[in-house]
Design a protein around this ligand. Structure first.
Ligand SMILES: NC(=O)c1ccc[n+]([C@@H]2O[C@H](COP(=O)([O-])OP(=O)(O)OC[C@H]3O[C@@H](n4cnc5c(N)ncnc54)[C@H](O)[C@@H]3O)[C@@H](O)[C@H]2O)c1
Length: 375
């Protein structure tokens, strides 16, 4: 096993999830490249040191520019808000490092394209973290679709609903400001539904869009007596057409009381249907028209068999896994691709395409017209 030295920028929500993945992957998956948790970087010395101690990084740093040029680092893992992805990724590529970047790839198409240009110019491996592709039930759904089990796909219905900003007193955090996040529910969570649509169904060619911001002002995080403008969408809806003739809908909202992390899709094909809900992530609902008439009906498969994707590395059948495992699987596939000399998937090409779809939905919503996705 050779060692692969990782530096991670940003150490909060995603930083914690990625750190856990680097710790778990070695014990459960035996990747050929062993990730060494070399340095974690944040803006605040005390916070970075505490993250290093808590999550198991060897060193803490406060200047990502220094970190990305260190000769002993092989991979830069970007877990910061979208406004810093492009600058960090481009500097990392220039320094010859592999780049693993959180979604959405950037805040604008131009930034995303410049990131793709940089990794291609410098010939470094690149991956975007759409971790839901690596939920075993989702990967199994993909294998059912690819084997033709549900026939020609006609419908994709992707809904990603949360409720953490329903309270008008919830503060104006970075995710509610366009200059930091790029967009709201659209880029934050509908981007995952778009990625799953592209992964499971095929390329999206045109979109209609509708965006809404229900609460226009919120208290400032550092001074709740003051208020500031919400500059992103609270909810986003889109109708989509796929290259292969399928049609679909994508909905993202952080204003759906009771829906905590309801990342769901249903796919209907000419021979059957598949449905998935992240809140019941070890299960996949399937309906097959070629089942005998008398026993036809939706059934629920527990996706924990040793021959289901990824699950044989964990526990015996029925011993379920959780959210964090999707990141471990993603990191495993990233390391194996690099060990093979292949680029991992999804990569920055997927990130750029996703960004074009996000922008097209915004454009369609503003113009109240269908918009084609340009190559
Ligand atoms: N894959 C997923 O399912 C998923 C889930 C949540 C978030 N995300 C994405 O992950 C990224 C980070 O989101 P999060 O939820 O972890 O946010 P967060 O607010 O929890 O953490 C952001 C971190 O970045 C640090 N940071 C911000 N600017 C920085 C800078 N210039 N230099 C160094 N550190 C900086 C902050 O100090 C913090 O540690 C975003 O792109 C987000 O869209 C992905």
């Amino acid at each position: 096993m050779s060692t692969f030295n990782v530096a991670m920028i940003g150490y909060a929500f995603m930083g914690k999830a990625h750190s856990n993945a680097y710790r778990q992957v070695r014990a459960f998956f035996s990747p050929r490249l062993e990730p060494r948790m070399k340095v974690v970087c944040g803006r605040n010395r005390e916070g970075a040191e505490s993250a290093a101690r808590t999550y198991g990084w060897e060193e803490a740093a406060t200047d990502w520019r220094e970190v990305v040029t260190r000769p002993d680092i092989d991979l830069i893992d970007i877990c910061t808000p979208g406004d810093s992805h492009a600058e960090i990724a481009i500097a990392a590529a220039q320094a010859g490092k592999a780049v693993f970047c959180e979604k959405p790839l950037a805040n604008t198409i131009e930034e995303a394209e410049s990131m793709l240009a940089a990794v291609e110019k410098h010939g470094v491996p690149h991956m975007i973290c759409h971790n839901y592709r690596r939920v075993p039930a989702v990967a199994f759904a993909k294998s059912l679709i690819d084997s033709g089990r549900i026939g020609d796909i006609r419908h994709y219905r992707g809904t990603y609903l949360q409720d953490w900003i329903v309270d008008p007193a919830f503060p104006l955090v970075w995710r509610l400001r366009k200059e930091h996040a790029g967009s709201g529910a659209l880029g934050d969570i509908a981007s995952h539904s778009i990625d799953l649509a592209r992964y499971l169904v095929g390329e999206i060619t045109s979109v209609a869009g509708l965006l809404e911001t229900f609460i226009a002002e919120r208290p400032l995080p550092d001074d709740p007596s003051m208020r500031g403008d919400v500059t992103v969408d609270d909810a986003a809806l889109s109708l989509v057409r796929f290259e292969n003739g399928a049609i679909g809908s994508i909905e993202g909202s952080r204003m759906a009381p009771g829906r905590r992390n309801f990342n769901r899709f249903e796919i209907n094909g000419s021979n059957g249907s598949i449905a998935f809900d992240l809140e019941r992530m070890n299960e996949l609902e399937v309906f097959f028209r070629d089942d005998a008439d008398t026993v036809q009906g939706f059934r629920t498969i527990n996706i924990t068999q040793p021959d289901h994707p990824y699950t044989g590395h964990w526990w015996p059948p029925g011993h379920i896994i959780g959210y964090e495992h999707s990141f471990t699987h993603t990191v495993f596939d990233l390391l194996e691709a690099i060990a093979d000399g292949r680029n991992p998937s999804p990569d920055f090409h997927d990130g750029v395409r996703n960004q074009r779809i996000l922008a097209a939905i915004e454009d369609a919503a503003a113009r109240k017209q269908w918009v084609e996705i340009l190559d």
